[in-house]
Design a protein around this ligand. Sequence first.
Ligand code: AGP
Length: 366
Amino acid sequence: VAAEKNGYDHFMLKEIYEQPKAIRDTLAGRINGGVNLDEVLIDRQLLKEARNVTIVACGTAYHSGLVGKYTIENLARIPVEVDIASEFRYRNPLVDEKTLMVVVSQSGETADTLAALREAKSKGAKVFAITNVVGSSIAREADSVLYTLAGPEIAVASTKAYTTQLAAMNFLALALAEARGTLEKEKIQEIAEAMQALPAQIEKVLEQAEQVKAVSEAIKEWENLFFIGRSVDYAVAMEGSLKLKEISYIHAEAYAAGELKHGTLALITEGIPVISLATQEQVLDKTISNIQEVRARGAYIIAVAQEGNEEIGNYAEVVLTVPRTHPVLTPLLAVVPLQLLAYYTACVRGCDVDKPRNLAKSVTVE
Ligand code: AGP
């Protein structure tokens, strides 16, 4: 098994570092000026005429759907609903033949996600699957499949599957935008080109591993902390929070930064770490004012911001940076320091990183 880890201490770390390749592989052949999804038997008519999109998944895959909602609504101007599979399947969901149903699953075997797919199909919806496993149950039962080419993911904590799912969401958003005429050709091209720069940009983010390690030292004694963010950063905050809980056993809560004063500020005490995502230009001032709110109450701020954001350093103890890209693509970069943070924190706390307690890689029971 040691050999398969390629010299890394854990599969999780190996998989975090495999992300540039995973993204490169997932993009290969699918970008040609715009997006080329010919290999996917996705119903062109439906892309054009769908009334709504419903994304259903569990855990990290669900979080990729939350990012997908922002991206698809933003670029393709179609309403997107995102639901947890174990909720969706039991609520007599409103889907029909006009719905583009999207299921996301790394393994393609998650019981609730598979059941949600069947439920949607029985109501007439066409199901588009995003999965990492060729020939999996979800791949077989869906009407069309877009494979993420992340390669086998062994660690229970999902990393490279998530970022490739985000790339798949971007493909879907661009395909919808193209079919529906909501984005000019040049805009589509611009985003597609920005996607191709992501692997090298992820490599740059990974160069900050030592800084992230230092943050792990600073937070390791805490049993509670917060992640905050606005807009798509809120979705990334949720993924960062899940990752940290899952492997370091620190309780973390992700909060929409603007919602803090509706209750959560009461939990901010002297020194509590607040990991603050601030990559979204259009809400940057608002996010900074939320950071100031928690800081004034003693919080220790770890910020994730875009390169060249000089201002944020005035409000944070530590700033981790991500290269600049199109705003809908920042989650692919911003999640990387959070994955490293979860990893190094679990290590310093002596946790079993690749096999956290009580969890299985693939949840095939309901
Ligand atoms: C993520 O780190 C988790 N281990 C978990 O939330 C996972 O994403 C979820 O169980 C869904 O799995 P799937 O993608 O294989 O369907």
